[in-house]
Write a protein that binds this ligand. Structure first.
Ligand SMILES: *Cc1c(COP(=O)(O)O)cnc(C)c1O
Length: 480
C-alpha cells in the first residue's frame, strides 16, 4: 500500500470552509511559516480512503473477538461516544471561568466530575475519589504516593511495600518508582496465604498492593485476614481494581477495609483502549487519606455551584494538569447511569459466567493449573503441548490465522506457558463457542502436525518475525 506521501500530487487539496480567506487575515504575518513544510497534497476523497483503508488493517473489537486477558476491553457501548462528543463538553476550555457569575460555562462539566466521584464512591465503598490519574499504572503511582504522604504525616518510617507474585506487573513497578523496596510474597494454591504474609510483615511495611481478582483470575478469599494483619503494623491496603467487572455490584472494597483503590475506566467503564490510550485511572481512598488527594478537588458550594479547589495543604499536589482525562470520565458517567445498579451487577455476572464457561469447555484440552471457579478470566497452560514443541506463542500465532486477537501469553509468570483468556461480559455464546472450537482444533493439530502450528500465521501481511530484532532494529517498509 502506498503512503499518503507517495499519493501526493502538487496542487490537489481538500475543501476549506473559509475559501478565499488568507491566513494573514487571522494569523499575524510574522508568525506565518515561510516556505514549504513538506506535507502531502491530496484530495479529500484520497485522504478519506487512505486512512479508512489503514484503519481496516487494524485489529479492533469492532471487527472480531478480542479475548486478551486482563487488559482487554470490556463493554464499550457506542452511545457513550455520542455523549462524549457533545459540543457542550468538547468546546470547553480548561481555563474558562468556573462560576456562572464570572461567565463560566463549565458548571455542567464540573457537576459530571463531582457526580462521577460520588458514583465511584458508591460502587467501591470508598470515602473520596480523584479523577486525575490518566491510566491504571498512573493511578497506582498516585496511590503509592498517597501511602507515602500518610506515613510521612504520621512520622512513620516505612520503606517496604508487599506485592504478591500473582499481582499485575505494574504493581511492583509503581511501588519501586515511588522509592519503596518491593517485597514479593509467594501465593499458595493461587492466592495470598496469610501465614506466608505474616512472615514478611514488620514495622517497615508501608502497605500491600493486591490485584483482585489476581492475575490468575482467582478471587482472594483471605482478604479480611490480610486486612487484619496489615492493620497491626499500621500498613495501608491497596486494591488494584483495574478489572472491576469481576466484582462490581457484588463486593465493595471499602467495606472489606481497603484504604486505596484504582479503577481503569478504560477497561471496566466504557472507554475503548489499546495502543496506548486514552485512559483514566481514578483513585479512591478511605477517610484518613482524603487530605492527601491530588489537587484540584472538585467541590460544591452552598449555592449549588461547583468549582475546582486548590486549597488542600496536605495534598500530594498535581499528578496531571487540570483535572484528568475528562472525555473518559464522561463516558464512565454515562455508562454507570445508563446501566444502573442492576446493569452493573449483570455485567459482572456475565463476565464471570463467560470465563467459567470457556474454562470448563477447554479443561479437557489444556492444562488449567488452578481449575476452580474463576472470576472474569482464567489462565490455561500449554505446558503439555510444549513437550511436543508447540508453545503458548504458537497457539497465539495460530489464533491470528483464524481472525482473532491473541490472548495474553506468558503472563502471569507463575504459570509456565500461560495463556490468559478473558472473554468479557458482552460476547454471545456463539462467539465463545466458535473461539473454543477453533482453539481445540489448533490443540488437535498440535498433536497431529506440530509443524503446521509452529508455522502460523500464514494469512497475515507478515508471518513469523524475529520479535527481538523487530523491536530493537526496526526496519519499516510500506510494500506489504
Ligand atoms: C491493565 C491493568 C493495569 C494497568 O493499567 P494501564 O491503564 O495499562 O496503566 C494494572 N492492573 C491491572 C490488574 C490491569 O489489568
Amino acid at each position: 500500500m502506498k503512503t499518503i506521501f507517495e499519493k501526493s500530487v502538487a496542487g490537489r487539496e481538500g475543501c476549506w470552509p473559509c475559501e478565499g480567506m488568507a491566513e494573514e487575515a487571522y494569523i499575524p504575518s510574522e508568525l506565518l511559516r515561510q516556505g514549504d513544510i513538506g506535507l502531502p497534497s491530496a484530495s479529500e476523497l484520497d485522504v478519506v480512503r487512505h486512512f479508512t483503508k489503514l484503519s481496516q488493517r487494524n485489529y479492533g473489537v469492532d471487527g472480531n473477538f478480542y479475548p486478551l486477558g486482563s487488559c482487554t476491553m470490556k463493554y464499550n457501548p457506542k452511545f457513550t461516544e455520542i455523549v462524549a462528543a457533545m459540543p457542550g463538553f468538547t468546546r470547553l476550555h480548561p481555563v474558562l471561568p468556573q462560576l456562572q457569575g464570572a461567565g463560566g460555562l463549565c458548571q455542567g462539566a464540573l457537576e459530571v466530575m463531582y457526580e462521577t466521584e460520588n458514583l465511584l464512591c458508591e460502587i467501591t465503598g470508598m470515602h473520596a475519589f480523584t479523577l486525575h490519574p490518566m491510566a491504571g499504572a498512573h493511578g497506582e503511582l498516585t496511590g503509592v504516593m498517597l501511602m507515602a504522604a500518610y506515613h510521612r504525616d504520621r512520622g512513620n518510617k516505612k520503606t517496604k511495600i508487599i506485592v504478591p507474585d500473582s499481582a499485575h506487573g505494574t504493581n511492583p513497578a509503581s511501588a519501586a518508582i515511588a522509592g519503596y523496596t518491593v517485597i514479593s510474597v509467594a501465593s499458595v494454591d493461587g492466592i495470598v496465604d496469610p501465614a506466608a504474609l505474616a512472615e514478611v510483615l514488620d514495622d517497615e511495611v508501608a502497605g500491600m498492593m493486591m490485584t483482585c481478582p489476581n492475575t490468575l483470575g482467582l478471587f482472594e478469599k483471605n482478604l479480611p485476614e490480610i486486612v487484619r494483619l496489615l492493620r497491626k503494623v499500621d500498613a495501608l491496603l491497596y486494591y488494584d481494581g483495574a478489572n472491576l467487572n469481576a466484582v462490581m455490584g457484588k463486593m465493595r472494597v471499602g467495606d472489606v477495609g481497603f484504604d486505596i483503590v484504582h479503577l481503569n475506566l478504560h477497561k471496566t467503564f466504557a472507554t475503548p483502549h489499546g495502543g496506548g490510550g486514552p485512559g483514566s485511572g481514578p483513585v479512591g481512598v478511605s477517610e484518613k487519606l482524603e487530605p492527601f488527594l491530588p489537587i484540584s478537588r472538585v467541590a460544591k458550594l452552598e449555592d449549588g455551584q461547583f468549582f475546582l479547589g486548590y486549597d488542600h495543604p496536605k495534598s500530594i499536589g498535581y499528578v496531571a494538569p487540570f483535572y484528568g482525562n475528562f472525555g473518559v470520565v464522561l463516558k464512565a458517567y454515562a455508562y454507570i447511569l445508563r446501566l444502573g445498579r442492576a446493569g452493573l451487577i449483570r455485567a459482572t455476572e456475565n463476565a464471570v459466567l463467560s470465563a467459567n464457561y470457556m474454562r470448563k469447555r477447554l479443561e479437557n484440552h489444556f492444562e488449567i493449573p488452578f481449575n476452580r471457579i474463576c472470576m472474569h478470566e482464567f489462565v490455561a497452560s500449554a505446558a503439555e503441548q510444549a513437550k511436543n514443541g508447540v508453545h503458548a506463542l504458537d497457539f497465539a500465532k495460530a489464533l491470528l490465522d483464524k481472525g482473532y486477537h491473541a490472548p495474553t501469553v506468558y503472563f502471569p509468570l507463575i504459570v509456565p506457558e500461560s495463556i490468559m483468556i478473558e472473554p468479557t461480559e458482552t460476547e454471545n455464546k456463539e462467539t465463545l463457542d466458535q473461539f473454543i472450537d477453533d482453539l481445540i482444533e489448533i490443540a488437535e493439530l498440535a498433536i497431529t502436525d506440530p509443524a503446521a502450528v509452529q508455522a502460523a500465521p500464514l494469512t497475515l501481511p507478515v508471518t513469523r518475525l524475529d520479535e527481538t530484532r523487530a523491536a530493537r532494529a526496526m526496519e519499516l517498509t510500506d510494500d506489504l
